[in-house]
Write a protein that binds this ligand. Sequence first.
Ligand code: FES
Length: 164
Amino acid sequence: MGTRARREHPDIDESMWTAIDAVIADNRGKPGSIITVLRESQEIAGYLPVELINYISMHMNLPVSEVFGVASFYSLFSMKPKGRHTVRMCLGTACYVKGVKEAMARITNTYQVEEGETSEDRRFSLEGVRCLGACGLAPVMVIGGDTYGDISADKIIDILDKYE
Ligand code: FES
């Protein structure tokens, strides 16, 4: 009797596990279906924690290393939880020159979130991105569907405080 991947995780409730089981059942044995399974599982669970990857590999009868390889290769997959709000800071040249790094440092210090990470309280995920094509507004920040231009380190906390 092999070891069973444990079907438990604080971020995945019973109904999510049931939905994930259905995705696995639909795709098991189909060549190349692991990307579909990971994508749909991430939609259900919000991200792909290690325990979920183990579970999927076991039930898809695939080596864990292979599933990990796929999950880490594609940027669409996240193995870390996302915050309620994703803050994207443009790190393009125009924004850089106009002080986006200082603004970003202010966010890191105020909300305890590093670039590429999510704050403990899952309020914010902070990402650095390439030129957003709005250089005239530099420095530029995007939160969800909202774009903010000419953000300075001094203004930025007032803006972020509106996002609970
Ligand atoms: S460099 Fe930031 S929008 Fe272009």
